[in-house]
Write a protein that binds this ligand. Sequence first.
Ligand SMILES: C[S@@+](CC[C@H](N)C(=O)[O-])C[C@H]1O[C@@H](n2cnc3c(N)ncnc32)[C@H](O)[C@@H]1O
Length: 237
Amino acid sequence: MPLSCQDGGRAGWHHAIARGTPVCVAGKLASLRRVTEPESDLAGHPDRLRWNERYGAGFTPSFTPHPLAVAALALDLPAGPVADLASGPSGSALLAAAQGRPVTAVDVSEVALGLLGQEARRRGLDHLITLVHADLGAWRPEPGRYALVLATGFWDPGVFAVAVRAVAPGGVLGWEAFTMAARQARPGLPAEWCLGPGEPATLLPGHMSVVSQEDVPGAPRGTRRRLLARRAGPEVP
Ligand SMILES: C[S@@+](CC[C@H](N)C(=O)[O-])C[C@H]1O[C@@H](n2cnc3c(N)ncnc32)[C@H](O)[C@@H]1O
């Protein structure tokens, strides 16, 4: 089972993708100097295969931070790291690192992580970004660790529950995903990838309060909903 190694990579060193950027691969900290086979339990993972193809030859990442990340990072956050879940080649992770925060970027696509790692190194930010190659369905972060947990363009209620637990006291959760309304524009979009009415705010536990939740009508490829929520704690103003 893929495990997080954002806390030090106890399982040891492992070679994988990219060049010179520390990366966690299924629980192992990697010094990434060459491409090798991924962990066997991810090798045939359908999301990995699909997204590796999407991010493959011909794909040019913009590295533009997601608007939700920009908004979240402008909030009053406690000290501490940021987790970017289903990060892709994330401009949001780069923005958080540029603000001096350690960032853990988790994605099932090692191609995406390689692109992010290369850009982080180009910007001199690689020492702040830990890349975790894992299926989020199996990734288990340390509870209460992150000042900001961010996920954009991804939905899974089980992962959401895990992400909520990873938010530090006074910290913030930011999430954006398709709503059921998006299926009108994209009938092939599976219902389980879409937020139901009121979600994800309705799924928050009592110690999390909604900062904002709004639909983003007219979003490319269908309607999306954005949530910012804050965990109660000593850092709450
Ligand atoms: C629509 S992209 C969003 C990327 C980025 N967060 C953004 O907003 O541009 C979805 C991302 O989720 C990742 N992903 C899909 N299924 C996953 C899974 N089971 N575990 C981890 N990452 C996954 C994909 O590799 C891809 O990078």
